[in-house]
Design a protein around this ligand. Sequence first.
Ligand SMILES: [Zn+2]
Length: 158
Amino acid sequence: MTSTSKSCVFCQKKIQENHFFASENFLAIYNIAPILPGHSMVIPKLHHQSITELSDPELCEMTLFARKTVNLLMKTFGAKAFNWTIQEGEEAGQTVPHLHLHLIPRVEKDLPHPGDWYPLLKESEAKIIDSDVRSRFSYDEIVQVVERIRSVAKEMLG
Ligand SMILES: [Zn+2]
């Protein structure tokens, strides 16, 4: 894999250290501006912008890790459904140029219409990089949620 990028939010040590789940090359982190409870992201540890930059084994690892992560999130947040989405490139709505797979656990009637998640996600992506509105979730709040998910992971995986 390539190196890390100093200007990239997902390469920051503080963000990466606060993951709740990890595989060899990937991390699961909680979204700083979650659109719904449990909204998390799977990111590569190193700076890759696109899924097309991953090797075949890395892509397999990411997919299997993301499936484990979504199972963990559904258990933690009592969900039976989830959204799983990647915005690839600016034209597609990618705001942070570091590959991130959104995992959003869903419960019945969490939004007026099941498809309402997308405009909310667009707004949330803007909050990740705009420091003025970033305080929607404080660092302490993120740490608390992360602890909660970690304890469920322990139960599930031993
Ligand atoms: Zn990065």
